[in-house]
Design a protein. Structure first.
Length: 209
């Protein structure tokens, strides 16, 4: 079965370059495109799962890293690599905290991007060297949650109600509430609003690209 790669970016020239790099890195790969997170979610729903998603941070229907969380929720098995024109080390650190497998820069030559993509598909994480460690403990707190709890947390960050989370995950609302109780305890908060405030540094706007 051919490798399925999704490029979530709203710049046609960038999409063309990334597609060239992806096909160079993974011969025979099938490459799909999405210009928004909503379109990417529709692609995932139609396909089932992608081996790799190349995600632009600045899509029209996302702020901060909310798009990354939404796609992790939609396609938990995909390896998601953030690609951006931004160069701040803090962004790469945040992307790593939230579970991205790579932080790539759009300015890199196609050959370099292809090499990175080849490594990512092979299971290698690709981040800038000497990436600073986050000063907050949110990464460790999220890491201590179970996979089911993280999926509920990502849905919570996306603004979904308990009822919607239960429907999307195929569990009962009572189970959602139990997960939220564990999440609040793990994040050292007391309710949904405080959890979102705690996540805000990772979810908030990162400015114009």
């Amino acid at each position: 079965m051919p490798n399925m790669i999704l490029i979530a970016d709203d710049h046609p020239l960038t999409c063309e370059g990334l597609a060239m790099a992806a096909r160079l890195a993974v011969p025979g790969a099938i490459v799909h495109f999405a210009g928004t997170i909503a379109e990417a979610e529709q692609r995932v729903d139609a396909i089932g799962s992608y081996q790799l998603i190349l995600l632009d941070l600045m899509l029209p229907d996302t702020t901060g890293f909310s798009g990354l969380l939404r796609l992790q929720f939609a396609d938990p098995d995909a390896r998601i690599a953030v690609i951006t024109a931004r160069q701040e080390p803090a962004l790469a650190t945040q992307a790593r905290e939230l579970g991205a497998v790579a932080f790539l820069r759009k300015s890199e030559p196609i050959d370099a991007l292809a090499a990175h993509i080849r490594n990512i598909v092979a299971g290698v994480a690709v981040f800038p060297p000497d990436l600073p460690i986050a000063k907050n403990s949110m990464r460790d707190r999220i890491a201590q949650l179970s996979e089911a709890q993280r999926r509920v947390l990502f849905a919570l960050a996306d603004g979904r109600s308990n009822k919607q989370i239960a429907y999307d995950l195929g569990i009962t609302e009572a189970t959602v509430k139990a997960h939220l109780t564990a999440i609040f305890r793990g994040l050292n908060v007391y309710n949904r609003a405080q959890a979102l405030v705690a996540l805000q540094p990772l979810l908030g706007s990162i400015g114009d690209e």
